[in-house]
Design a protein around this ligand. Structure first.
Ligand SMILES: [Zn+2]
Length: 374
């Protein structure tokens, strides 16, 4: 049963779109030189002062995109083993071409129309004009009144001047005014997936319809109807008879619990780029992405998820400083480990949730994700 009075009424996105008919799953993107650089224009259109997000907040979003679309995000080493070989390097990098700032008199301007035109997309209607939307990915960051975190126009679906991605300021980037549990930039990762034609894993219909009739048209994403909205599972459910890929970026899972696009989704994105959005390929922008290189097998944590008591295997007998942060970035515990390469740790006082362990020996720093679930 659907309840419209849910405590959690936020929608991750409000997008409708049509998938291109001519897409074939076996498409191979042989002609592309990788990574593909996507130039981004960010338009901050603010009404309330807190909507005037900083350049640092914008930059933090670009960095998230570069991690998520290069399989360089912090969750990669700890993806559930059912799906860890399905995490694709999508081979897109994003570079910030420009940021514009516009003060507007319209509150929740994303949802305000004038003569059928979306005000936020036009300078003379109180927003900011797109920059050559056939050549640049335009992202408008503005207030909205539809209770969605973001939205996007699918290939070929936008009205003139309105092609791009739209995100509310409190869900854009990882610093400044961001709001948990959508504080890690995944709304934009998800909406850019729609911009490149990807559908939710449950297909074009409603989330949680419990009939398994919809599908996203991508063969390596399992069929599922659960959207995982407002959840952070550690084990997949089986909403359509096979394990759900809850950590896919095209679900509604909390930001900290998203992790991957599949090879099939990557092929689809590349196909759309060349057939529907080829102007983006003309970019001469330069990526500033530096690799985290988080994929390492030097440190093992087991079990993970844990009830708080777990073993950690360190690479050597060095002294390691271990700092533990919660999913908001708050330091919750610090310690040193000096006692050999395999040790038991107890974090029994921490509440359930996602934590990150920053582990260093003065020469190298490792980041590991830990899930406490009792
Ligand atoms: Zn969506």
């Amino acid at each position: 049963m659907y309840s419209s009075t849910s405590l959690f009424s936020q929608q991750r996105c409000a997008t409708t779109y049509i998938s291109p008919n001519n897409y074939k799953q076996d498409y191979k993107s042989a002609a592309v030189t990788n990574p593909i650089l996507i130039p981004v224009a960010v338009h901050v259109v603010w009404h309330a002062p807190e909507e005037q997000i900083s350049q640092e907040q914008v930059a933090s979003q670009i960095e998230v995109l570069n991690e998520d679309y290069r399989r360089d995000n912090i969750e990669i080493p700890d993806i559930h083993p059912l799906f860890d070989d399905l995490a694709a390097d999508v081979e897109l990098e994003f570079c910030l071409y420009t940021i514009t700032y516009t003060e507007t008199s319209y509150e929740g301007i994303y949802n305000q129309l004038s003569g059928g035109k979306r005000r936020v997309c036009f300078t003379d209607l109180g927003g900011h004009d797109a920059i050559a939307p056939d050549q640049y990915l335009n992202i408008w960051v503005s207030g909205r009144s539809d209770n969605a975190l973001g939205s996007a126009t699918a290939p070929g679906q936008a009205s003139t001047g309105e092609d791009g991605v739209f995100i509310a300021p409190e869900y854009f980037g990882t610093t400044g005014s961001v709001s948990t549990p959508y504080h890690l930039g995944r709304t934009c990762t998800h909406e850019i997936g729609h911009y490149f034609g990807l559908q939710h894993l449950w297909g074009p219909g409603l989330e949680n319809d419990a009939i398994c009739s919809g599908d996203d048209g991508i063969t390596d994403t399992p069929k599922q109807y659960s959207s995982y909205r407002n959840t952070c599972p550690s084990q997949p459910g089986n909403s359509c008879g096979t394990p759900d890929m809850f950590m896919n970026f095209m679900n509604y899972t909390d930001d900290a619990c998203m992790a991957l696009f599949t090879p099939g989704q990557k092929d689809f994105i590349h196909h759309i780029l060349m057939t529907e959005r080829p102007g983006l390929l003309d970019s001469d922008c330069t990526s500033t992405h530096t690799y985290n290189n988080l994929i390492n097998n030097d440190i093992h944590i087991a079990p993970n998820p844990t009830d708080g008591v777990f073993s950690i295997q360190l690479p050597s007998n060095d002294i390691y400083d271990i700092a533990i942060f919660d999913s908001t970035g708050r330091l919750v515990k610090q310690m040193q480990k000096v006692s050999g390469p395999y040790d038991q740790m107890k974090l029994v006082h921490l509440t359930n949730g996602i934590y990150f362990l920053k582990i260093g020996n003065g020469q190298k720093i490792y980041i590991k994700k830990l899930i406490i679930a009792r």
